[in-house]
Design a protein around this ligand. Structure first.
Ligand code: NAP
Ligand code: GFB
Length: 319
């Protein structure tokens, strides 16, 4: 471990996960003498090697939490697999290579439970990342993310760098991207329910509602990120997710949004829209081995907090 306080650079600091980390850091998780810098793309377009170098030159971080990415829900991924592949490969190589060149002690990057093989046994665990092709809907993003693991393993082998990655399941919370076309399911449903309520129209759910998902509240993920940064020393990635037993159907998620938003109108399932991956059930046994007592925020409470945030911040929310 490093002697002296950390200077942590958080790429993607203005996004859903970044803002959650900023909140837990500001609410007391930071330690004496630590410096935390939260970047947005305005500080540096990390697709540019030059801009990446200059932001590292400016801040000279000792540690990096690497969140910056082109991110989107199922339907945006289906539309833009090439962009998700190229943009994320550029960003990831720039950040990881520059971190190494600037002597950064540790980088914690982000994979996702949606990058695992589509044809697989369940529950999925960390050893299965490269065991077969990902789901067709987001193969560009999935392969770009898998290359982070390849980069970390080769940087360890060649230079001894202990750079690692976490594998979050679907994340939701305040400051999410609530854009209906491009965002993920929960922010999309929250935004659509807000509008349906206001306009007195039915709520349109896309797909059958049958697929299964595990959802992690952004603030819980943020607390786990700090533990990984400080105390997780493996190069191998670690899944950060609620347990298999907390897996929900999309319909369960719809019912939770309807309840939290106190929506009384009709709910219609548009089965002409794709369902995407049916399930990607991930095991959090490795996390539980390290942190047997970690408490996740109950889903309904997290949903209520997220809905209340959206309604209170409708004007400034990304949508
Ligand atoms: P997000 O809300 O879309 O935020 C993306 C962040 O990346 C923003 O801060 C954005 O900056 C920044 N960014 C995008 N392109 C950039 C570029 N070219 N140069 C510099 N910064 C750039 O994403 P998120 O949901 O917080 O995701 C954070 C990480 O978690 C990502 O690596 C994602 O793959 C991973 N993840 C997310 C989920 C999920 O369900 N959300 C699940 C698993 C893994 P601006 O604000 O300036 O655009
Ligand atoms: O979060 P989501 O878009 O992505 O969820 P994935 C898609 C699931 O929610 C599908 C249903 O089963 C959709 O049919 N759904 C219902 C909706 N209504 C809506 C809606 O209004 N908007 C959206 N977006 N979905 C993503 C990957 O997979 O998981 C990304 O494509 C990313 O790469 C993310 O990693 C975490 O969970 O299917």
């Amino acid at each position: 471990m490093m002697d002296g306080p950390m200077r942590v650079l958080v790429t993607g600091g203005s996004g859903l996960v970044g803002r959650a980390i900023e909140r837990v850091v500001k609410e007391g998780e930071a330690r004496e003498g630590e410096e935390w810098i939260f970047l947005s793309s305005k500080d540096a377009n990390l697709m540019s090697a030059e801009e990446t170098r200059s932001v590292f030159q400016k801040h000279r971080p000792t540690h990096v939490i690497h969140l910056a990415a082109m991110v989107g829900g199922l339907y945006r991924n289906m539309r833009q697999n090439l962009d998700f592949w190229r943009n994320n490969v550029f960003i990831n190589d720039n950040v990881l290579q520059t971190a190494h060149e600037f002597g950064v002690v540790k980088v914690v990057s982000c994979l996702s439970t949606c990058i695992f093989p589509d044809k697989t046994t369940y529950p999925i665990d960390e050893t299965m990342i490269h065991n077969g092709p990902p789901h067709e809907s987001n193969f560009g993003y999935a392969y770009a993310k898998r290359m982070i693991d390849v980069h970390n393993r080769s940087c360890f082998q060649q230079y001894g760098r202990r750079y690692t990655a976490v594998i979050p399941t679907n994340v939701f919370g305040p400051h999410d991207n609530f854009n209906i076309e491009d965002g993920h399911v929960l922010p999309g449903l929250i935004h659509k329910t807000y509008l349906a309520k206001k306009e007195g129209k039915p709520l349109q759910v896309w797909g059958s509602g049958r697929p299964l998902r595990q959802f992690i509240y952004s603030l819980d993920l943020a607390r786990l990120f700090l533990w990984v940064l400080r105390d997780y020393d493996e190069v191998e990635p670690i899944i950060l997710s609620v347990g298999e037993e907390d897996e929900l159907s999309i319909k369960d998620a719809v019912d939770a949004v309807v309840e939290a938003m106190e929506f009384k109108g009709d709910v219609i399932y548009d089965t002409s829209k794709a369902d995407g991956q049916f399930k990607k059930t991930a095991s959090n046994a490795k996390l539980r081995k390290y942190l047997p007592d970690f408490k996740f925020t109950p889903f309904k409470a997290a949903m209520k907090e997220t809905c209340d945030w959206f309604v209170a911040n409708y004007d400034i929310a990304r949508k």
